[in-house]
Design a protein around this ligand. Structure first.
Ligand code: L34
Length: 291
């Protein structure tokens, strides 16, 4: 079994991006600028956005963090988005999800200019992705593709089972892995809460992408010997032995599954850091497209 070290790979990619930014700076070009909008005080969202801002600093991007309290109206948030759409200094921006219940996430996503949508969530980018056109790929699936590519994991002709059909992970992942591309060319099964005999479906997989948000859901009885296991879940479970009072666990029971897997991603230090790196890559792309 080999561990896919997302933290280390993310660092390698960040070093590469930093070199590119150094070069842009030396040539007097425009420094990429990412803005992030964070609404409310969800501790996980805060932590993820903090990682994004820190990573921008590391690679030499400019970054702007806009923090608003949970009581912000939908209208106010849409105004902020309009301003970011118009602001020529900003190459790309994200609105961290989830948003408070009184704000319609779909409306927010639709309000973002697709040219600045470095999350790749706008239907224009989603549609372009589905048709294999140039676009911003959604960060988490993009990060997973990077892992598969850089670890030289052969995906062609493999059976991939994606667990979870969200707009931001499961559904785009299923499309990307079935594309005629490398990584890609998989035969994909997209499973979800209504799938019958989910365990039996997962057991047929050469590649498992778990994105359901249930701690330790995928056990060793669901994993075929030699399968590649990608764990997207980041669940906080209570742990009194930790100073924070919690620890992070994935959707995969890592200890039980590790021996069976040929490759496996840990949590933390797996897909999460790669999500951040993908966002940086998209922002660099947005900045270059603007030139
Ligand atoms: N708009 N909302 C928008 N874009 C995104 O791309 C996201 N996502 C998901 C949630 N909402 C979003 C993220 O940023 C998930 N996500 C994300 C980003 C970073 C990390 C995890 C999820 C991450 O850095 N994870 C670390 C541990 C972080 C911690 O200690 O809490 C890891 O090693 O997995």
């Amino acid at each position: 079994m080999k561990i896919i070290d997302g933290k280390q790979l993310a660092q390698t990619i960040k070093n590469e991006i930093k070199e590119e930014v150094d070069q842009i700076r030396a040539e007097g070009g425009n420094i990429p600028h990412l803005a992030a909008v964070l609404v409310g005080d969800n501790p996980a969202s805060r932590s993820y956005v903090r990682n994004k801002v820190r990573s921008c600093e590391f690679v030499g991007f400019e970054s702007t963090l806009i923090q608003k309290d949970a009581g912000i109206s939908e209208e106010e948030l849409l105004e902020i988005i309009d301003e970011l759409n118009e602001n020529e200094d900003i190459d790309g921006f994200i609105v961290q999800l989830p948003l408070p219940d009184h704000i319609d996430e779909t409306k927010v996503t639709l309000a973002i200019d697709p040219k600045k949508d470095v999350d790749g969530f706008h239907p224009v980018n989603f549609g372009r992705m589905a048709q294999g056109l140039d676009c911003f790929l959604p960060a988490t699936p993009y990060g997973i593709l990077q892992m598969l590519e850089r670890y030289k994991i052969d995906t062609s002709g493999k059976h991939c089972v994606v667990i979870g059909r969200s707009n931001i992970v499961g559904t785009p992942m299923s499309i990307l892995l079935s594309r005629k591309a490398n990584p890609g060319n998989c035969t994909v099964t997209l499973t979800h809460s209504r799938t019958k005999d989910l365990g039996a479906e997962i057991l047929r997989a050469d590649i498992i992408v778990a994105a359901i948000g249930i701690p330790n859901f995928v056990g060793s009885d669901m994993v075929k010997e030699g399968a590649v296991v990608i764990d997207v879940g980041i669940n906080r479970v209570e742990d009194e032995t930790r100073k924070s009072g919690y620890r992070l666990v994935g959707d995969v029971d890592f200890d039980a599954v590790a021996d069976k897997a040929s490759y496996i991603t840990p949590v933390p230090g797996g897909v999460g850091p790669m999500t951040v790196t993908s966002l940086l890559m998209n922002t660099l792309k947005a900045s270059r497209l603007k030139q």
